[in-house]
Write a protein that binds this ligand. Sequence first.
Ligand code: C2G
Length: 146
Amino acid sequence: MKRILTYGTYDLLHYGHIRLLKRAKQMGDYLIVALSTDDFNAIKNKKAYHNYETRKQMLEAIRYVDLVIPENTWDQKIDDVKTYQVDTVVMGSDWKDSERFECLRPYCEVVYLDRTEGVSTTQIKNDLKLQDPINGIDQLPEEKEK
Ligand code: C2G
């Protein structure tokens, strides 16, 4: 079974994200997404509109995604590749040749897929003039016990 791993914030999910996940899954049999936690986003100077739990549940609902794990630090990638027996790490081309991924080559294949032009979370926020969520009302409601 060929195991694929990718990383990201995946905020305000859009078709650029979906296309990346679809193509990544087509490269193997099992796709793991290491999703940036809210604390790690702060380190990346990114303020996600949706919190980690909401972004995680949205990713888990996508047919191409088999497992979502937390991305807490820049430095966990080699451990992730070993822990999850990853064959290939896939990222969008905005990460092409980044040392953060090139350093993985001794441990696994590294593939960069063309980034989808014309869409980004930042552009969506700007176009919608999105404010920060108020009291987290944008988050998924708690699942009621069935
Ligand atoms: N992406 C894409 N096309 C877009 C937007 C994003 O292909 N129009 C890809 C990115 O290249 C990335 C993935 O979708 O592979 C997730 O994008 P982000 O959520 O912006 O991820 P990023 O903040 O780049 O986090 O340690 C690595 C970081 O966690 C990557």
